[in-house]
Design a protein around this ligand. Structure first.
Ligand SMILES: Cc1ncc(C[n+]2csc(CCOP(=O)(O)OP(=O)(O)O)c2C)c(N)n1
Length: 292
C-alpha cells in the first residue's frame, strides 16, 4: 500500500475506503488464523479491527517511510494480545510485510511474537502483553512530549477487561493531574474477558461515567461504525489542551464472523481449512448484509 504522509491530512482515505481496509484486515487475520498452528487471539482482534484501521489509516500522523520521525504520533497497544491485528494493520499501511508475518508469526526468534516487542520490531513503540501496563507507558510518553514541547499525540488501545487492573486507574488519574490533552485512549468495549462476559466478573457500568469522574473527555462510539470513529478522531481537542480523551468504542468480540461473535470459545483459537472457509464465507456474508 505505502501511503506516505506524516503531516498531510489531505489524501487520507474516506469512510468507504476505510471500511474496505478494515475488511481486508479481518480477511488477512482469518487467513493467518488458518495458517498458524497455535492459538490466535482472534476474538479481540476482530473486535478491534475497525479501531486499528481508523487509527493507522486515518487518525494517526505517521509515515511508514520515516518511522523514527520525532513528530510522529505514538501508538501503545495496551491489550498486547491483539498484537497480530496491529502487525497486519501496520502491514496494510506499509510499515511491515504481511508475507513475513504469516511466514514467521509466533515462531522462536521471530520479530512477530504473540505480544509486541519494540526491540525486535522497529515501528512498534512499546513492548506490552502484561495487561494494565500500556496506559502507564503512554502517560509517560505523553508527559515526556509535554516536557520537550512536542505537539504529537500518544494513542493507546485498551481492552475493557484490562481496565479491571488498578494500574490503569492510577494512569488515568496521573494523565488528568498532568493535564495530558495529548493523550488519547481507546477502549475496545466488547464486554467479554478471556473466559467470561465482563459484567459477570466486574461491575464496569456505568463505564463512561467512571472515566468522566477522573476528569477525562469521554466520547462514546459504535466501534464498528467507521463514520463515528472518523468523527471522533476529527473532533479530538488540540494536543496542547489540558484534558485527555478516551473513546469508549462499543464493539462485538469476534465481529464479522457469525460463529465467533459473542462466543466465549473464540477469545483465542485456530482455524482448520474447513473452518477457515466457513469463517471467510461468514465474513463476506456480513459485509454483504452491511452494504444492503
Ligand atoms: C496481567 C495479565 N493478566 C492476565 C493476562 C491474560 N489475558 C490475556 S487476554 C485476557 C483477557 C483480557 O480481556 P480484555 O482486556 O477485555 O481483552 P479482549 O476481550 O478485548 O481481548 C487475559 C486475562 C495478561 N495478558 N496479563
Amino acid at each position: 500500500m505505502g501511503r506516505t504522509s506524516l503531516t498531510a491530512t489531505e489524501g487520507r482515505p474516506g469512510v468507504v475506503e476505510l471500511e474496505e481496509l478494515a475488511f481486508e484486515l479481518r480477511e488477512k487475520l482469518l487467513q493467518l488464523c488458518g495458517t498458524y498452528e497455535g492459538a490466535v487471539h482472534i476474538g479481540g482482534d476482530l473486535s478491534a479491527a475497525d479501531i486499528f484501521t481508523a487509527l493507522f489509516e486515518y487518525g494517526m500522523n505517521v509515515d511508514p517511510a520515516d518511522i523514527a520521525n520525532p513528530k510522529r504520533d505514538r501508538f501503545v497497544l495496551s491489550k498486547g494480545h491483539a498484537a497480530v491485528c496491529m502487525y497486519i494493520a501496520m502491514a496494510i499501511r506499509g510499515f511491515l510485510s504481511y508475507d513475513e508475518i504469516v511466514r514467521t508469526y509466533g515462531q522462536l526468534d521471530s520479530a512477530y511474537g504473540m505480544h509486541p516487542c519494540k526491540v525486535q520490531l522497529p515501528g512498534v513503540e512499546a513492548s506490552t502483553g502484561s495487561l494494565g501496563h500500556g496506559l502507564p507507558i503512554a502517560v509517560g510518553m505523553a508527559l515526556s512530549a509535554r516536557g520537550r514541547g512536542d505537539e504529537h499525540r500518544v494513542f493507546c488501545l485498551l481492552g475493557d477487561g484490562e481496565t479491571g487492573e488498578g494500574s490503569v486507574w492510577e494512569a488515568v488519574m496521573a494523565a488528568r493531574s498532568n493535564r495530558l490533552g495529548n493523550l488519547v485512549a481507546f477502549v475496545d468495549r466488547n464486554r467479554q474477558l478471556m473466559t467470561s462476559f465482563a459484567e459477570e466478573r466486574v461491575v464496569f457500568e456505568p463505564y463512561p461515567d467512571k472515566w468522566r469522574a477522573f476528569g477525562w473527555n469521554v466520547v462514546e462510539v459504535d466501534g464498528h461504525d467507521m463514520s463515528q470513529l472518523v468523527a471522533a478522531l476529527d473532533a479530538l481537542p488540540a494536543s496542547d489542551t489540558d484534558t485527555p480523551t478516551v473513546i469508549v468504542a462499543e464493539t462485538v468480540k469476534g465481529k464479522g464472523v457469525d460463529f465467533m461473535e459473542r462466543n466465549l470459545a473464540w477469545h483465542a483459537g485456530s482455524l482448520s481449512p474447513a473452518d477457515l472457509e466457513r469463517a471467510l464465507e461468514a465474513l463476506n456474508a456480513s459485509r454483504e448484509k452491511e452494504t444492503v
